[in-house]
Design a protein around this ligand. Structure first.
Ligand code: HEM
Length: 452
């Protein structure tokens, strides 16, 4: 068997990191805090002074928390406090009846019919990117992370809000990047201290989104409020009435929902694409299979929904890429009442971490976990695995609402670009995955465009 190339990952260590180094590392790159034992055990307990975290790696335990006993868990205060300054109380951060109402309102924008209607938007935006690339000299170098970010942002803006990203795109992109690099979990949150203790920085985190807020206010103000059939998500949000109370959403609620969809709906997908380009560039045989599939299953024109459904190897490569580099690398929950998870007692208020970065590289769940092998995701081999061993989109009632959107979009983008270009990593470029709110390449991803 050929030697597989070493993939970018933080160095592993045995034992525990000393407290100060742990604190520094968790705020700089949270996935670098997991030592060898995390990838070998079903459960590890992390203690930080008095705070105790259960890191749950057993698929049955993950299924219990996310699905079977999901009512007993809410998003953890750390996660909420990291996200709320930006997202307010949108679908990603709300709980209970509020969340259920929001999910009901949003669901039609993600059903099969809507998804099929987004395909031309996805293809058109990718054509525009290709037209721009085609004007560059062959062999040009680009930051593919930034290119993918801009493309997925244009797509989400047009698909969900019928808005040209030129208007809101740069502000959202700048805010998301700044937010990711400036916002860190507070030590008070990591220590699970009471919510009433003041945390530094909240107000300045909020201000990162001021310009985005103004642009969204303008978008909302332009939208006709009554007498028209809701066509896109924004008009649906404005028109939505609670079936029980008849209440419509306040301007603040609509704003929170729009920012949530903008943020959750482009960055993760762009990272999945970025990591896939990186992996394909490191693996010549797999890359050749990917290109061969595109030759036979895509014409030169815009792909349809049915064309995308036939891109089996492309989809497998994407799934394998989200195994190795899950854009949403960590989920965290807090228990509302005492419970037992995978044989471990969980007290009311305890924190549970579900870490796709660890679960997806776990030695008990995966053969040669550090090796890129899209064949793991043939339907037959996927069926052999416990369902919660692979959780790039989470699971249970809070599963990602945009999972099908993201998979379709990513396959279209990979397919259309891959048919025209081969992307090569700039030799010696330092690739470093860094776990902030999402899993990003620290310095972007400089790649060379080679026309095929
Ligand atoms: C590859 C791309 C994506 C990945 C890896 C991803 C990952 C996730 C994960 C793991 C969750 C669950 C978080 C938790 O349980 O704590 C989630 C939730 C969510 N995602 Fe995604 N996502 C992606 C794309 C999208 C897209 C395209 C959209 C919207 C267009 C979206 C919107 C949301 C929303 C609104 C939620 C909250 C759902 C709820 O709580 O009801 N995501 N996503």
């Amino acid at each position: 068997m050929a030697q597989a190339p070493a993939l970018a990952a933080p160095p592993r260590f045995r034992g525990r990191l000393p407290v100060r180094r742990f604190m520094r590392t968790i705020r700089d790159n949270s996935v670098a805090t997991y030592g060898e034992e995390a990838f070998e055990r079903e459960v590890i307990v992390r203690k930080l002074l008095w705070a105790r975290y259960l890191v749950m790696n057993a698929p049955a335990g993950i299924e219990h928390v996310l699905l079977r006993n999901a009512d007993n868990y809410r998003k953890s205060p750390v996660a909420r406090r990291l996200l709320e300054p930006a997202l307010g109380k949108g679908l990603l951060t709300s709980e209970g009846e509020d969340w259920r109402r929001q999910r009901r309102i949003m669901a039609p924008a993600f059903d099969h019919r809507s998804l099929v209607s987004y395909v031309p938007v996805m293809a058109e935006a990718t054509q525009a990117l290709l037209a721009r690339w085609d004007r560059l000299p062959d062999g040009s170098t680009l930051d593919i992370a930034a290119e993918m970010m801009r493309l997925t942002l244009a797509i989400i803006a047009r698909a969900m809000f019928s808005t040209d990203a030129e208007e809101v795109g740069p502000a959202v992109e700048a805010a998301v990047t700044r937010y990711q690099f400036e916002v860190r979990p507070s030590i008070l949150d990591l220590l699970n201290l009471p919510e009433w203790l003041p945390r530094a920085g909240r107000r300045s985190w909020r201000s990162i989104f001021t310009e985005v807020d103004h642009l969204i206010e303008r978008m909302i103000a332009r939208e006709p409020r009554s007498g028209v059939q809701p066509s896109d998500l924004l008009s649906r949000l404005i028109a939505a009435r609670d079936s029980e109370t008849g209440r419509t959403m306040s301007a603040q609620e609509v704003r929170d929902q729009v920012v949530t969809i903008f943020m959750a709906g482009h960055e993760t997908t762009s990272l999945a694409l970025t990591w896939t380009w990186y992996l394909l560039a490191q693996h010549a045989a797999e890359e050749a299979r990917f290109h061969a599939e595109l030759e036979t299953r895509l014409s030169g024109g815009d792909p349809t929904f049915e064309d995308v459904a036939r891109l089996d190897y492309t989809r497998m490569a994407l799934q394998e890429s989200m195994r190795l580099y899950p854009p949403a690398h960590t989920m965290s929950r807090q228990a509302l009442a005492d419970d037992e998870v995978a044989g471990h007692r969980v007290r009311k208020g305890s924190l549970i971490l579900i870490v796709p970065w660890v679960v997806h590289r776990h030695r008990m769940l995966w053969d040669r976990p550090e090796v890129f092998d899209p064949e793991r995701f043939t339907p037959a081999r996927s069926a052999e695995r416990p369902r919660f061993a692979y959780i790039p989109f989470g699971g249970g009632p809070r599963i990602c609402i945009g999972a099908s959107f993201a998979m379709t979009e990513a396959a279209i983008i990979l397919g259309m670009i891959g048919r025209r270009y081969r992307l090569r990593l700039v030799p010696g470029f330092p690739v470093e995955p860094v776990g902030l709110i999402t899993l990003r390449p620290r310095r972007g991803l400089q790649m060379i465009l080679e026309r095929r």
